[in-house]
Design a protein around this ligand. Structure first.
Ligand code: ATP
Ligand code: MG
Length: 232
């Protein structure tokens, strides 16, 4: 029974991966034509229509890339190695700072916090949380990246002083395509946190989102410090 479920999950995953892959080429063509003709048309309504076709094709391209990432995330695809968490957080913080120079972004972590992980994937996860803070909170809200080691695990947190997420929405933010109703900025695919969850799960870790009544959100990732990422 378990084998049958797993088999059908594997086939569904393969189908999504194949379909996403097949969608890449026509999307690139669509975008290419829209770009080519955007500068040639005189009529403002047609120019506007082409601009919108291009923007939507770009958005769909991103969606397809996110779907491909989501289907490829499992333990077997991780490239594990030693990771200096302080350095990783410093790198993400400086990328966030470049993206939004007026935002206060701080890193708080003791030196020497290390773990065995896929550095690229972990960076992608922390970056997705940081980008969410930039995109879904006002620029006046500070963003903090923290990490500490405890009992064989490493806890990484991304917190902000934004408006927070209502309790009834908090549990479903990790779901695929979830977007909270009062989200400030549109344009995202709603797959960001599902990818973060997939990355953490592939590492054998856990994740949580906390939003106290006084506001702000803390996204917490708890990862095994050693290599726990083998096995079924
Ligand atoms: N720091 C935050 N403060 C408030 N709301 C947030 C925060 N981070 C995420 N959210 C809410 O959770 C939703 C889901 O986030 P998620 O990253 O999965 O999707 P997204 O940011 O909308 O799109 P993308 O796929 O481009 O990341 C967001 O749309 C937003 O409403
Ligand atoms: Mg996001």
């Amino acid at each position: 029974m378990l084998d049958a479920t797993r088999d059908s999950e594997d086939r569904m995953r393969q189908f999504v991966a194949d379909a996403s892959h097949e969608l890449r080429t026509p999307l690139t063509t669509l975008r290419g034509y829209a770009e080519l003709h955007a500068g040639r048309v005189e009529d403002p309504d047609t120019a506007d229509a082409l601009r919108r076709i291009r923007a939507e094709a770009t958005r769909m391209h991103r969606l397809v890339e996110d779907l491909l990432t989501l289907t490829s995330l499992d333990r077997a695809t991780l490239h594990l190695g030693p990771v200096d968490v302080r350095r990783l957080l410093d790198d993400v913080a400086s990328d966030l700072q470049v993206a939004q120079p007026e935002r206060l972004v701080t890193v708080e972590t003791a030196p020497g916090v290390r773990l065995v992980a896929d550095e690229e994937r972990l960076t992608q996860a922390v970056m997705a949380l940081g980008t969410n803070a930039l995109r879904h909170t006002p620029v006046t809200a500070a963003v903090r990246l923290t990490a500490y080691a405890t009992g064989g695990e490493v806890v990484v947190e991304v917190s902000d002083d934004g408006p927070g997420i209502p309790p009834e929405e908090l549990a479903r933010v990790w779901d695929r395509f979830a977007r909270v109703s009062q989200g400030r900025a549109g344009g995202g695919t709603g797959l960001g946190l599902a990818i973060v969850a997939g990355i953490v799960t592939a590492h054998g870790g856990r994740y949580a989102a906390l939003s106290p009544p006084q506001g702000g959100v803390t996204f917490r990732l708890v990862l095994p410090a050693g290599s726990q990422a083998e096995g079924p």
